[in-house]
Write a protein that binds this ligand. Structure first.
Ligand SMILES: Nc1ncnc2c1ncn2[C@@H]1O[C@H](COP(=O)(O)OP(=O)(O)OP(=O)(O)O)[C@@H](O)[C@H]1O
Length: 254
């Protein structure tokens, strides 16, 4: 079943003084099936953040459409957008975005509190998730008391607790050391094997090599894509590296 369908997506920024226009997305087309784990890569300025912001319904496209479960998200009224995001999407950011004045538990509960859930319902949702993510002993700590890797696991719990249709991750390993990166990638792998659909923007070849499919964006268009097939992470890593080399050399698709 198709979860996300991006059709002829365009985004043109007009600079503040009106004169210059930047075509950040020219014509982006792809779709994501339920249960897929996809990475999006591309050089700086290729349009990845612009794309992610539109998929997250944080920005509106200039043209084309984004359908989540068949619903055109650019037609959702501004007043309904935050509820839409909370109900359908989970976010994992490079900088974790946890609130320092809330315990880890309350950070994870936040989307449920905003959604009006009762305490007992929240507890029932958190317990199995905390066990699965290995964060039970962290729940009563505060973000400044735990490591970066632990913060990111808490952020993953916050993203998953609403049981979203799609996880959008923006450079999720960008602020992690190599051990925590490995842990997070293992976690994403497990979460995906359990059926969660993940879309991750990353510069990290290692992170992307854990995905089952990698889309390469160049100059505001999907330039190329790689499917894992039966490849190991190491084989994916090598394929991704050589594609990036070809992209930066400005070469033609082979
Ligand atoms: N608010 C904005 N106003 C004008 N131009 C913008 C704006 N945001 C992005 N751009 C331009 O749009 C293009 C795509 O930018 P975007 O941030 O989406 O790229 P990116 O692939 O995410 O880059 P990076 O990997 O460095 O984060 C760039 O040329 C950028 O300068």
């Amino acid at each position: 079943m198709t979860i996300l369908e991006v059709k002829n997506l365009k985004k043109t920024y007009t600079t503040r003084f009106g004169g210059n226009q930047v075509q950040a997305l020219k014509n982006v087309n792809f779709s994501i099936e339920e249960g897929e784990y996809t990475a999006i890569m591309g050089e700086s300025g290729s349009g990845k953040t612009t794309l992610l912001n539109i998929l997250a319904a944080l920005d509106r496209p200039t043209g084309g459409s984004v359908l989540l479960d068949g619903r055109d998200i650019s037609r959702i009224k501004d007043a309904d957008l935050s509820v839409f995001r909370r109900n359908h999407l989970g976010f994992v950011f490079q900088e974790f975005n946890l609130l320092d004045t809330f315990s880890i538990r309350d950070n994870i509960y936040l989307p449920l509190v905003l959604g009006g859930k009762h305490h007992r319902q929240m507890e029932a949702l958190l317990e199995p998730l905390a066990a699965k993510l290995g964060i039970k002993e962290l729940l009563d700590k505060y973000p400044y008391e735990v490591s970066g890797g632990q913060k990111q696991r808490a952020a993953v719990a916050r993203a998953l607790i609403t049981n979203p249709r799609l996880i959008l991750a923006d450079e999720p390993t960008g602020a992690l050391d190599s051990r925590s990166t490995d842990e997070l990638l293992r976690l994403f792998g497990t979460v995906n094997e359990d059926g969660q659909t993940i879309l991750m923007v990353t510069h990290s070849v290692k992170a992307a090599s854990h995905a089952n499919r990698v889309l390469f964006i160049k100059d505001g268009e999907v330039f190329h894509q790689i499917y894992r097939g039966k490849d190991t992470n190491q084989q994916m890593y090598e394929k991704i590296s050589s594609t990036l080399t070809m992209l930066s050399a400005g070469g033609e698709e082979q």
